[in-house]
Design a protein around this ligand. Sequence first.
Ligand SMILES: C[S@@+](CC[C@H](N)C(=O)[O-])C[C@H]1O[C@@H](n2cnc3c(N)ncnc32)[C@H](O)[C@@H]1O
Length: 205
Amino acid sequence: MDFNEKSKTWDSEYRVNRAKKISEEIGSYLNNESKGLEFGCGTGLISFGLIDSFKEFMLIDLSEGMINVVNEKIKENSIDNMKTWCGDILNLESDEKYDVIYTSMALHHIENLEETLSKLNNFLNISGKIIIVDLTKDDGSFHDKDFKGHNGFDIGEIKSILRKSGFDVLNDGRVFYSDFKDIEDKKHKYSLFSICGIKKEDCED
Ligand SMILES: C[S@@+](CC[C@H](N)C(=O)[O-])C[C@H]1O[C@@H](n2cnc3c(N)ncnc32)[C@H](O)[C@@H]1O
């Protein structure tokens, strides 16, 4: 999927409104933590919706186009507590630790989820949280035919991968949002779930 091209028009009214609901959902898991990292931040819609929730932010995305949009927003709004990093998370070398990692609609684009979630686990303080928002299982209609990622997830599947990646699962997960996506002349119903994991104590490296 060409997210550099998509970055130019990503902030549609529809996505901005959906992002508000996602930020609220992620915010409902927070408890005055200080440092947050967003994985697959796109144009930053979710983090900007959480702007009062953390003292320091790190926003990460593979797409240069997306990160350029975030950097412009940071500059325009004179934000001094938000850093960005452009690249594949698997290539990020850093000793920095965070209290919370959150991600929206990015994991279904990731081939090796266990490797990615284990890598994210390394960037969390002990008992730090990971909050995942993603698509529930879908028949494939949500994406184009050439899409190579996951057609959404069963919550049970995500729970199992979280456990294998060094997390305890905090809740059963919940479906908090559903809507219709216009696909050609049809409306395709989809929904989003959230789930929270906690870094296990024996995961310190
Ligand atoms: C569907 S967009 C979601 C953007 C944003 N989170 C939102 O909800 O509006 C998925 C984002 O994940 C990013 N992404 C995909 N694979 C990635 C990886 N390995 N490392 C970092 N970002 C990645 C893409 O570049 C894209 O911006």
